[in-house]
Design a binder for this molecule. Structure first.
Ligand SMILES: Nc1ncnc2c1ncn2[C@@H]1O[C@H](COP(=O)(O)OP(=O)(O)OP(=O)(O)O)[C@@H](O)[C@H]1O
Ligand SMILES: [Mg+2]
Length: 235
């Protein structure tokens, strides 16, 4: 593995207490190298999103430690976490989460308000092949186009890490391949560390590392010596 950029140490997330205690994530430990393409796989309720949200600084563990890029984010206060989210991580969601009243260009340009050196929205739109959609509103774009805009938005803050929660979950398989290939390229060509949550086992063969979860626990961590380029998978 290359230099470690993410480390989970016995991370736990529980909700409620006593009879109502729910263990969403149960003493999970793993490590991710810089520039790795990682897939977290598991059935509904396995704890995948909870892990991703803790990694993204949107949620905090009830026990254990999370380190990202040499910093312990699990002990950060809200203000520090806000800075962490703005500087280090880009998010891609299943349902894109674009602002409906803003154009594609404006959705990406919003990042300028959060981070100092935000990338140029035009360049990003070009990168995801959507310059032609710059002035379109989300409702005027297909699902795949909206997701590509949301990838451009995630890249706008030039994050080291990209997190995706079922980024192809709402797309047909052909469009999903286009989106997934774009995400894989961010990893392979630009050295981004990419961590995707999915219950689609087909996607796992494209990853360098597959973390399989069940009932809040890690069942298996598999290293793919020969990850398959997205284009070469028969979906
Ligand atoms: N805010 C919450 N309060 C109580 N329980 C929660 C909360 N958030 C998650 N859980 C529980 O934690 C467990 C793990 O949830 P999580 O969302 O991480 O699963 P997941 O693997 O992402 O599932 P899916 O594939 O359906 O998105 C589930 O049993 C869920 O009900
Ligand atoms: Mg989930």
């Amino acid at each position: 593995m290359k230099n470690s950029i993410v480390r989970f140490e016995n991370v736990e997330k529980t909700y409620g207490e006593g009879e109502g205690l729910q263990i969403a994530v149960d003493k999970v430990s793993f490590e991710i190298g810089e520039g790795e393409f990682v897939v977290i796989l598991g059935q509904s309720g396995a704890g995948k999103s909870t892990v991703l949200n803790m990694l993204g600084g949107m949620d905090t563990p009830t026990a254990g430690k999370v380190f990202v890029d040499g910093e312990e984010i699990s002990s950060m206060n809200d203000r520090q976490l806000g800075t962490y989210r703005a500087d280090k991580v880009g998010f891609i969601f299943q349902f894109y989460n674009l602002i409906p009243s803003l154009t594609a260009y404006e959705n990406i340009a919003l990042t300028k308000r959060i981070v100092k050196n935000a990338a140029d929205p035009k360049e990003l739109l070009e990168k995801v092949g959507l310059l032609k959609c710059a002035d379109k509103f989300p409702s005027q774009m297909s699902g795949g186009e909206q997701q590509r805009v949301s990838i451009a938005r995630a890249l706008a803050k030039n994050p080291r890490i990209i997190l995706g929660d079922e980024p192809t979950g709402a797309l047909d398989s052909e469009t999903g391949v286009i989106v997934l290939e774009l995400i894989q390229n961010m990893c392979r060509n630009e050295g981004k560390t990419v961590i995707l949550v999915t219950h689609n086992a087909d996607i796992a063969q494209c990853a360098d590392k597959v973390i399989r979860m069940k009932n809040g626990k890690i069942r298996e961590i598999k290293i793919n010596e020969n990850p398959v380029p997205v284009r070469e998978v028969s979906w």
